[in-house]
Ligand binder design. Structure first.
Ligand SMILES: [Zn+2]
Length: 141
């Protein structure tokens, strides 16, 4: 696929998690210094199916959620409603296997490409945007 050598956003092939020390290593500082977090310390994560390029959902990550996502091979979010980390699929089985993670131009949003198992949306639809069109905008240019 892509050759992202020495890229701090690289996802390990083996999905290796923590280094066994029992401590949480910090997020790679070269990544952390590029993040522009909101007042709650979060950045938005847009999640896309890696092969079809469908936009699946949007979630929120803090530094630790991003670190877990980058090092474990599974997408982990920060739940703003429950105020806790949330690894997608742990309760639903609808796991998101991380393929790549990119930061946007000004550092306040992430693009996470994944291989989605089952429905991305907790309502059971394939994506969070299925059947939720507000309007078809035509001829507005
Ligand atoms: Zn949803």
């Amino acid at each position: 696929m892509d050759s992202t050598t020495a890229d701090p956003f690289r996802v390990p092939e083996n999905g290796a998690a923590d280094n066994g020390s029992g401590q949480h290593p910090a997020l790679d500082p070269t990544v952390a210094e590029r993040l522009k977090r909101d007042a709650a310390g979060l950045v938005a994560a847009v999640v896309q199916q890696h092969d079809t390029r469908e936009v699946l959902m949007v979630g929120w990550m803090d530094d630790e959620a991003l670190r877990r996502t980058l090092t474990s091979g599974r997408v982990t979010y920060w739940s703003r409603s429950r105020q806790e980390y949330w690894r997608k699929g742990d309760t639903s089985g609808h796991v998101q296997w991380v393929k790549s993670v990119a930061l946007d131009c000004d550092g306040d949003a992430l693009l996470v490409t994944v291989d989605q198992v089952g429905a991305a949306c907790h309502t059971g639809t394939h994506t969070c945007f299925d059947g939720r069109d507000l309007a078809a905008v035509t001829g507005s240019r």
